[in-house]
Design a protein around this ligand. Structure first.
Ligand code: 4AD
Ligand code: MG
Length: 480
């Protein structure tokens, strides 16, 4: 018989019928009650075994972590905590799990720290916490596609191997098939990439933006959603070396339209999970409350997880220029010592995350969109304002996260763009194809990048980005 997923069974009104379920044993009590989970939902289904009529050898194999197939009748449950249960008629062990070996893993039924779970990233998805996080992640990804599709955006797949450095920050992982222990060299002693498979120096993409722009100037509105890579040695709870980025790009759209889209988009996807993922959100909310109990009262979050998400969806983001933000920061008293670790002294300084978080968490107490940053601290492709010193950049800042979105209106004027590239040493030949967009039907256009893991971080209330992606890639992480 075809098996039914537990999520479906727990909802169905068709009781007193035969069903087959397949899943992994979470608990086995009194040789009688099996708690079975198949990942389709947070809840387990209780399967009640007639142990007197069940083979002893089979009973000895009903251990935590084992995969089993159970057929039986779905009945109203007399026990507390569940509406229905399965009265087992047939049980088959599909995959054993040795209890002695299980004890050495995070499958053993006790509380494990998140650090410990990270060491066994291949097993952690079988815990309640990671089941909930990864289901939410999947739902958020679906909501992203749904939003852009209903708004008339086309999904574009930009290359992962590329020769360009979209952000101009040089934080790239090289891709080469040359033997780097003994590479071919040019006359001046440099590695000769012309002998590489790609015939030039290539790297993993840091952003799909530049290619995305070329597609927006043909399809109108597009978005990318793919893996991006940064070889920055950042050991923080907000940075990954491999992360997923969502990058919409719109032709005939200025910075105001870009801010509107970012705000509307974020609200839509958070609303989607509020409406569709209540069970997992409630579980993560409760987990967070327990975690916060160990903190001093003043450090506890004033809002519960779902309240925080609702707050974001129901209130306007505050839009503030960089210059206004600097004034606020200069005159602010962030703590008893009245100082930031990096005090803001002059206009032109890049904001540190302590500044961003101060603006969001202490000053405005809501998400903030900062715009019109100094040209010198932003990427070359951003539209220069008439003042000649600021660019039409925007960053969306979130409580507990800091920067969640970075974007801009793009420099559409060929001469200004060439000038800016020259100033920072980007050869025109390197980006000849990008410059073509400014030669043939250039127009005002804008876009942004949202770090998907930072969104999942906010949505789940987790505090470390390593816990919202299945296999985190960070500087000290052994890759497997
Ligand atoms: O601000 P960033 O570097 O902007 C860009 O890459 C633009 N090309 C995007 C665009 O306009 N199309 O990155 C965008 C977002 C950040 O706001 C942050 O959410 C996320 O990507 N991000 C990271 N997330 C995790 N780990 C990292 N190392 C990240 N670096 C950036
Ligand atoms: Mg940025």
């Amino acid at each position: 018989m075809k098996h039914t997923r537990i999520a479906t069974l727990l909802e169905t009104d068709h009781l007193l019928q035969d069903y087959t379920v397949k899943g992994w044993v979470r608990a086995f009590r009194s040789n009688r009650f099996i708690a079975l989970n198949d990942g389709s939902t947070l809840a387990n289904i209780q399967c009640v075994l007639d142990f007197e009529n069940t083979d002893e050898e089979i009973i000895s194999k009903i251990n935590i972590g084992a995969a089993v197939k159970i057929s039986g009748v779905l009945k109203e449950s007399e026990g507390k905590g569940q509406r229905v249960e399965i009265e087992v008629n047939e049980i088959e062990i599909l995959g054993e799990a040795d209890p002695e070996d299980v004890k050495k893993t995070i499958l053993s039924p006790k509380r494990h720290s998140l650090e410990k779970l990270r060491e066994q990233a291949h097993l952690r998805v079988r815990t309640n916490t990671f089941g909930a996080i990864m289901r939410l992640r999947s739902k958020l990804a679906f909501a992203v596609h749904q939003y852009f599709n209903t708004q008339g955006f086309y999904y574009v797949n930009t290359p992962i191997i590329t020769a360009s450095d979209a952000e101009g920050a040089g934080e790239m992982f090289k891709v080469t098939n040359l033997d780097l222990n003994n590479p071919p060299k040019t006359k001046d002693g440099k590695i000769d990439y012309s002998q590489d498979f790609f015939g030039k120096e290539t790297n993993l993409t840091v952003s799909g933006q530049l290619e995305g722009e070329t597609y927006a100037l043909g399809l109108g509105n597009i978005y990318t959603f793919g893996p991006t890579f940064r070889a920055e040695n950042s050991n923080t709870s907000r940075h990954l070396a491999e992360f997923w980025m969502i990058e919409p790009e719109m032709a005939f759209c200025d910075l105001d339209g870009n801010m509107d889209l970012a705000e509307d988009f974020i609200k839509y996807v958070l609303n989607y999970i509020l409406e569709n993922c209540d069970e997992d959100l409630a579980f993560l909310e409760e987990r967070l409350l327990q975690e916060e109990k160990s903190k001093p009262e003043k450090d506890r979050s004033p809002m519960k997880l779902r309240e925080k998400l609702k707050f974001v969806t129901e209130n306007n983001f505050k839009r503030v220029s960089y210059t206004e933000a600097i004034d606020i920061l200069k005159n602010s008293k962030p703590n008893k010592k009245k100082k930031f670790n990096y005090p803001i002294e002059d206009w032109g300084a890049d904001l540190q995350s302590e500044h961003e978080r101060y603006l969001v968490e202490k000053h405005f107490k809501c998400p903030v969109i900062l715009f019109d940053y100094p040209a010198d601290i932003k990427a070359f492709y951003m539209r220069l304002n008439d003042d000649g010193k600021t660019v039409r950049a925007m960053d969306v800042l979130f409580p507990g996260i800091g920067e969640i979105v970075g974007g801009a209106q793009r420099e559409e004027r060929l001469d200004v763009l060439k000038e800016k590239m020259k100033a920072i040493g980007i050869e025109e030949e390197e980006l000849w194809w990008y410059l073509d967009t400014r030669r043939f039907g250039s127009c005002v256009h804008s876009g942004f990048g949202l770090g998907f893991e930072r969104l999942v971080l906010f949505a789940t209330g987790m505090s470390n980005i390593r816990d919202v992606i299945p296999y985190p890639r960070t500087p000290q992480n052994a890759a497997f």
